[in-house]
Design a protein around this ligand. Structure first.
Ligand SMILES: [Zn+2]
Ligand SMILES: [Zn+2]
Length: 286
């Protein structure tokens, strides 16, 4: 494992880092960790750093090695332990190989290596509130602009699709005869000017079917039905105004209707202008 020792002694604070191995701590200059402390022995203590543990052993020093208040001879160090060699304090940190063991390290006074991270975090936390404040008003302006532009677009720019034209369909079979509907793009406010008009007619198929129609003849004078005539025509050409025609049921009706000098006398008519008989002279009808 990798360990970090933060030394706090007469010479101020120092940071030491070690990998696996044995580290001698003492006043002597041949120690891997040499401390300038008159209270420390020349060879005071030893750290044995293994893969998963770190042992602190006192090497029979005169003033002893302490973890907290306890004088120890041999003890496994845990992350965050503070031990005393002479008058020099060491804080023990296990430098993690993985991120999970790194968290306790960051609780300690900031070591050199992690300072940029702390700095970055501080910058980020300072920067964010300012950013939010300005971005919220920016958002308001943005939404407002979008609404205005949207309104202009919808009401004035010809992009609203409308359909207009006529649809003619057969009144008998409902088939579409013609269709002139087209789609145009007009401003939203003009959309009501456009519509589809629908009307009915007769399609070619229905219109060319033959149909019978009858003409009934009535006497022009007496109204009596004289006769019926059945005719055939194409459906679309069927004359609707010829179902009733007029004629005369007999010569008497014809004579009385065509000339105002005949007088109706029931079964006889009187010719007012007859030179031979004058008034009262009856004409016998067949
Ligand atoms: Zn039809
Ligand atoms: Zn008649």
């Amino acid at each position: 494992m990798k360990v970090r020792l933060i030394e706090r002694g007469s010479g101020g604070q120092k940071v030491h880092e070690f990998g696996d191995g044995e580290i001698l701590i003492g006043r002597g200059s041949d120690n891997q960790l040499n401390i300038e402390d008159s209270a420390a022995s020349r060879r005071h203590a030893q750290l044995t750093i293994a893969e998963n543990s770190c042992q602190l052993r006192d090497l029979g020093s005169s003033n002893g090695t302490f973890i907290g208040q306890e004088r120890i001879t041999n003890r496994e160090l845990k992350n965050g332990d503070v031990f005393l060699v002479g008058r020099t304090k060491f804080e023990f940190q296990s430098v993690a190989q993985s991120a999970s063991t790194r968290h306790p390290v960051s609780d300690a006074p900031p070591p050199l290596g992690s300072e940029p991270q702390v700095g970055q975090q501080a910058d980020v936390s300072k920067g964010k509130p300012n950013g939010r404040r300005s971005s919220s008003s920016t958002w308001l302006y943005a939404i407002f602009s979008v609404v205005i532009i949207g309104a202009i677009f919808i009401f004035f720019i010809p992009a609203y699709p409308v359909q207009s034209g006529t649809v003619l369909s057969c009144s008998l079979c409902n088939r579409e005869i013609s269709n002139t509907v087209t789609t145009q793009h007009v401003p939203f406010i003009e959309r009501s000017n456009y519509s589809i008009s629908r009307s009915t007619g007769m399609c070619n198929e229905c219109g060319t079917q033959p149909v019978n129609y009858s003409i009934r003849y009535h006497c022009k004078r007496c109204g009596k039905l004289i006769g019926t005539e059945v005719k055939t025509a194409l459906r679309r050409e069927t004359p609707t105004d010829q179902d009733r025609k007029e004629g005369y049921c007999d010569d008497r009706c014809r004579a009385l209707d065509e000339s105002d000098h005949f007088i109706d006398k029931g079964t006889q008519i009187l010719d007012k202008l007859s030179p031979t008989s004058g008034l009262g002279n009856l004409i016998q009808l067949p």
